[in-house]
Design a protein around this ligand. Structure first.
Ligand code: CA
Ligand code: CA
Ligand code: CA
Ligand code: CA
Length: 545
């Protein structure tokens, strides 16, 4: 991305967008996901990985001063009940905004200027803070507020009475409703339901002001983001950042033919010598250096001979198209109208003509939705930027998924992962990139499939739910606790009044505990299993006679 234009037009933009009816001030928050080998800047305007003005903020490796991505953004396009085109697609901020801070009130279908202000921020939380909180939780007794970390107390979850000056009436930031009362009350054991060792939540909407990028009509959606990362130096997770995005139509009426895209502007060190491509099997787009040496450029350090490959992978949705617009003001160029945005999201060029296999993807005979879908290390007739002999340059790409129905109050969920692959100058993605993507995508799938409610860490979870069996529940006489593969653990059972009625240890030689529950009164009990400072809770119904 050429950055000078953005700065020149920024002042003009702010004036024009404020002169219209906008209820919300533009988004102004910035945060960083930085627990592992990546430092990823986050913005709250539907854009990612930059500072909102002109500097890239996706540093890899962290502290190296080298940047792998210039920016990214979400693109949404749908039709309303009458077939009218609706568009909310962010790019850069040079002509305004598409998304504004805060949720939409589902009763009124509107945003309030107060919510725009209260939500113009990020909520950051670490796994360790949640563990500390759980260690303070004594069942049946509220945790004193003074003992609860602000990050947990202020978590923007439904019904949180400790949240400042705003009543959160709908589902918002994910949480574990430990006491099952439908609202977030951390003093009674609730806690943020994050993934990763560090997670950052924010919420935006597309109706808080004019759409200064696409000039399109809003879809009427609230969008939740949870960005998260794992500290795991022994695996590729350490080079990855994850994003769970939830899109909820909250204004009246349903939308159809909904497409969602991820716009990515990779700038691998020197932005002027890059190539891009995609892998349809792993639902991934990627960027690699277009020549053998990534030079310094305008004070931005290049990667030299060891440029990483950077990939973006849809984890729970199929990638239905991959496009790379040129800078030409013609059919292959940037989207400048809502119809253009939609055409790219559907896999066409901006004017609606099909992309075609071979060459630059334009004007051929065999239509395709995916540009440069081959391994760059494979010779022609494989189709990559290398095989067709392109000149390296500044690239952007759009990967999309769709179409879907987007019905009122039915969330659309998409997760993606961005991975930097330290490949030591190779562009053979089949060897050095795709296996890593597959491995991480599999970890993601396994974690979902396990139903593990304590899924703080992929692959390194200290208490795996499948390693504990507790039965029967309800219990009429003997409650069996089988710790299977775990190396022992501490078991406590507490009644509804917070009184401990049982405490015992399982050890590696006797992993099965049989507890006679018939000696206790009927009713609910909470059983905790503690292994290596990790606790897991179970609600048990005692029901003898
Ligand atoms: Ca609760
Ligand atoms: Ca480069
Ligand atoms: Ca170069
Ligand atoms: Ca670029």
């Amino acid at each position: 991305m050429r950055k000078t234009l953005i700065i020149l037009t920024l002042l003009f933009v702010n004036i024009t967008s404020k002169s219209v009816f906008s209820q919300c001030a533009p988004p102004s928050a910035f945060s960083e996901l930085d627990i592992n080998n990546v430092s990823a800047g986050l913005m709250n305007g539907g854009d990612l990985w930059w500072d909102g003005i002109g500097l890239p903020k996706y540093e890899y490796p962290k502290y190296s001063g080298r940047l792998a991505l210039f920016a990214g953004a979400i693109w949404l396009s749908a039709l309303d009940d009458n077939g009218k085109l609706l568009t909310s697609a962010m790019k850069y901020r040079n002509t305004g905004y598409e998304f504004y801070p805060g949720p939409i009130n589902s009763t009124t279908g509107t945003v309030s200027s107060n919510s725009c202000i209260v939500f113009d921020r990020f909520w950051e939380i670490h796994r360790i803070e949640i563990q500390n909180h759980l260690n303070n939780v004594t069942l049946g007794m509220p945790v004193p507020l003074s003992q609860i970390d602000d990050a947990i107390l202020q978590w923007p979850a439904k019904g949180n009475t400790h949240f400042n000056n705003y009543v959160i009436q709908d589902d918002l930031a994910p949480f574990k409703d430990f006491n099952n009362n439908g609202i977030y009350d951390p003093e009674n054991g609730d806690y943020p339901d994050i993934k990763g060792d560090q997670a950052i939540f924010w919420v935006i909407n597309d109706i808080g002001g004019v759409h200064g990028i696409t000039n399109g009509d809003p879809i009427g959606v609230e969008v939740h983001f949870l960005a998260y990362a794992y500290y795991n130096p022994s695996s590729a997770l350490n080079d990855a950042t994850f994003y769970d995005i939830k899109v909820i139509k909250k204004t009246t009426g349903n939308a159809s033919d909904f497409y969602m895209g991820l716009f990515v502007d990779p700038d691998l060190g020197n932005p002027a010598d890059d190539f891009i491509g995609c892998d349809t099997l792993t639902n991934s787009g990627f960027a690699y250096n277009g020549d053998a040496f990534d030079d310094d450029q305008s004070g931005r350090p290049g990667y030299g001979q060891n440029t990483p490959i950077i990939s973006t992978t849809f984890l729970n949705k199929t990638m239905n198209s991959f496009s790379s617009p040129t800078y030409a003001p013609n059919a292959t160029g940037d989207a400048v109208s809502p119809v253009h945005y939609r055409n790219y999201l559907k896999g066409f060029w901006r004017d609606g003509t099909a992309k075609t296999i071979g060459g630059t993807g334009f004007g051929g005979t065999i239509p395709t939705s995916f540009m440069y879908f081959s391994n760059p290390a494979s010779p022609s007739p494989a189709w990559s930027e290398v095989s067709v002999g392109n000149a390296p340059g500044d690239r952007r790409y759009i990967q999309s998924t769709g179409p879907y129905s987007l019905n009122w109050m039915e969330p659309f969920d998409i997760s993606f992962v961005t991975i930097a692959h330290n490949v030591m100058g190779s562009n053979d993605v089949s060897v050095s990139v795709i296996p890593t993507i597959s491995q991480i995508a599999q970890l993601y799938t396994d974690t979902l499939a396990s139903g593990n409610k304590y899924d703080f860490a992929l692959g390194i979870n200290p208490i795996d739910e499948s390693s504990i069996a507790i039965y029967p529940n309800p219990v009429t006489h003997i409650l069996t606790i089988d710790l299977k593969n775990l190396n022992g653990g501490n078991i406590r059972i507490v009644d509804v009044n917070g009184r401990e009625v049982y405490q015992g240890n399982a050890n590696p030689n006797s992993q099965v505990l049989n507890i006679d529950m018939s000696i206790y009164e009927n009713g609910f009990y909470v059983l905790s299993v503690e292994v290596n400072d990790e606790k897991r809770f179970y609600k048990i119904l005692n029901s003898h006679k």
